[in-house]
Structure formats: C-alpha cells, structure tokens
Write a protein of this length. Structure first.
Length: 278
C-alpha cells in the first residue's frame, strides 16, 4: 500500500531525523520535507503566535497544508503540548501527537505519546547565580534556552541560546535594559533532545499502528479507541478504576473487539480500591 510512495513530513525543526528512518525502513516510503513551509504560523511554544486550534486539529491542518503545497497524497505531522501531567499534577509532561494521512486510500491514523521525560520549565531570574542554577536544572547547554523581558512579552526575546557565553551576555544585556529577565526552555525539537526522544517513541507507535491491520477488512490503523475500567480488587472483588479491557476498532468497517486484562493482571492491589482504601 505504501511501498515506494513519496511521503512528506511537515516540520521546520528537523523532526524528520527521527521520523523518516522509521517510516522508510518499516513502510518502504520515500520521505522528504519542504524547508519553505513555516509550521510556526500555526503556533509557537515561545508565545509569538498563539495556537488557536486543538493539538489534533493543528497537526491535521499542518499535514494537509504541506501535502497540498507539494502535491503529495501521503504525509505525517506532529504537534506537541507541554504542561502539568494529567494525573500527576506535580510533574511536567510532554504530550506528542503524530498524524498520518493517506489521501489515496482515505486513511487518517493518529497516535499519542505522553511522557514525563521533559525539561519544560520557566522562571523569573533575579541574578546570574539563579540563571546558572536554572540552566543546570534544565540540562543546558544540550537543551537550549530562551530569555525574555517577562513571561508574556516576546518583543526582543532571544531563542536558541546554547552556549554559556551567549547566555551570560544576553542576560546581562536584558537585565541592564529591562531590569527583569524571564528564562524558559526552548521546546523546539532540534534544540531539545528530550523532546526529540519522545517524538521518536511516538513515531514507533505510529508505525506499529499503521502495520496493525483490521482482522475483518485488512485496513491499516486497527488500534485502541476506548477502554473500560473496573479491574476487580484482589481482596474484596469490587471494581476499581484500573483498566479491565481495551476496545480496538476499525475506522473503515467499524469492526471492533474487546481485549481483557491488557496489563497482564486479572485483579488489582487493594491499595487502589475505593472500598478497601477509601
């Protein structure tokens, strides 16, 4: 279905370095990018351009736009989001979406990779000591930094700072001219190895889903669309909030199947039971 077809990856931040090798090896496609396509027009992490759509809508729009510009019917795009983890609120998370669109075969396949392996952070800096401590915390210089006047003011900010002399010079200039400095992590993929690793994990997940065929109609993309909670407590047998089963569905023929005990256990520890441990 995909062998020897051209596939465009919508990116200006070198994501093709981890996505293309997997797609080319596993699907037999020929990947390319369009350097003139500016994905930042749909939103930036640093705040110059607000993302007005959901991450999925943005990824889909990004993919369709670059496919249309390049007269290509096969494309991939990714979209990342950063903030508190949805269940572990004390931790930051990198939430990456990858979308695969095949217009020739009317396919859209989406995967998500949620990871706490991120250096996402930001802080008001009062002196050089605080700056260096923050830089060490967020894995600088292997992970680049951004300096601004304030968290919300993007005028005059400097992105992609990846050396100590540049960091110190920029901080001194901003502090002398604006009296306040805000430091934050640069989350663009090519300047953030932690994020690039999460994108690679998402790409592996995408390949697996594309290669998962519907048992009924053999359409690619047969994957999890829902889950059921209720794994019984090992002590009292009451249903818990833990996953009992996963629902796999086909978007083409609507065939579905339920797979019980996906985490290889048939009961849950009583510590997660609302009855035994309210």
């Amino acid at each position: 279905m995909f062998q020897n077809r051209k596939l465009i990856i919508a990116t200006k931040h070198q994501k093709e370095s981890v996505i293309a090798p997997l797609l080319e090896t596993q699907l037999g496609v020929q990947c390319f990018t369009d350097p003139s396509f500016d994905t930042d027009t749909l939103g930036t992490f640093s705040g110059e351009v607000e993302r007005i759509n959901t991450p999925l809508e943005t990824a889909r729009l990004k993919c369709l736009k670059v496919m249309e510009r390049n007269h290509c019917d096969l494309g991939v795009a990714s979209e990342g989001s950063f903030g508190p983890h949805p269940t572990m609120y004390f931790a930051s998370a990198d939430d990456e979406l990858l979308i695969f669109i095949d217009q020739k075969n009317n396919l859209e396949i989406v995967v998500r990779e949620l990871s706490m392996d991120t250096n996402f952070n930001g802080k008001i800096i009062h002196n050089e000591k605080e700056l260096l401590e923050f830089a060490q915390l967020v894995k600088f210089p292997s992970h680049a930094l951004i300096l601004k006047k304030s968290k919300s003011d993007t005028e005059g900010m400097l992105k992609g700072i990846s050396s100590l002399p540049e960091l110190q010079r920029t901080y001194e200039f901003m502090y002398q001219n604006y009296s306040t400095v805000y430091a934050e992590t640069d989350m663009r993929a090519m300047l953030n190895p932690s994020r690039m690793r999460v994108i690679e994990l998402a790409a592996k997940k995408l390949v697996d889903k594309i290669q998962s065929l519907c048992p009924n109609c053999k359409t690619p993309g047969f994957g999890v669309t829902d889950l059921k909670k209720g794994l019984p407590c090992d002590l009292c047998g009451s249903p818990t909030q833990s996953t009992l089963s996963l629902i796999y569905s086909c978007t083409n023929c609507n065939y579905s199947k339920e797979v019980f005990y996906p985490n290889s256990k048939k009961t849950e520890d009583p510590m997660y039971c609302d009855f035994c441990n309210p």
